[in-house]
Ligand binder design. Structure first.
Ligand SMILES: [Zn+2]
Length: 150
């Protein structure tokens, strides 16, 4: 397969079309994260730190790397020397190959959601019966049982 050449697209409508074409060929994981956010591991007490690692720097700072469980994007936070948490530190990100949209394509989350919906709607809606346009009674749909507290 030939690698597509980088194109400079001038017209805003063309830019969007160019972006949508790119989106239609992007990996599932990329479309999922672009539409619904990354799946970051959470820092929590305990020994299991799947998707989180600490990288020591020469000056004693520690780089904490969180890896998205969906697309492998990495989010980094650097401590002060001695591993001291820095409340002013900002996250930096590095994205997997293929994650970045063509420059100027102006894609948003809704565009990505439309694409993930296109890929999933047939299966998602397979069990949905045709109705006269009115939603079925909510009472007929089993809902998860949420309880406060606990
Ligand atoms: Zn992700």
């Amino acid at each position: 397969m030939r690698t597509p050449r980088l194109q400079v697209v001038q017209n805003p409508a063309d830019r969007t079309q160019h972006g949508l074409r790119w989106l239609s060929t992007a990996d599932d994981s990329i479309v999922i994260c672009r539409s619904q956010g990354h799946n970051w591991p959470r820092l929590r007490p305990g020994k299991a730190r799947r998707g989180i690692r600490a990288v020591p720097w020469r000056d004693g700072s520690v780089e904490i790397v969180f890896t998205c469980g969906e697309c492998s994007t990495e989010r980094r936070l650097v401590t002060k020397p001695g591993g001291v948490y820095d409340p002013d530190a900002r996250y930096t990100y590095s994205y997997p190959e293929g994650y970045s949209a063509p420059k100027g394509s102006e894609l948003n989350r809704r565009d990505a959601f439309a694409e993930v919906y296109r890929r999933t709607s047939e299966e998602l809606l397979a069990g949905v019966r045709e109705t006269s346009g009115q939603p079925e009674s909510a009472a007929s749909v089993p809902l998860p049982n949420f309880q406060a507290g606990g």
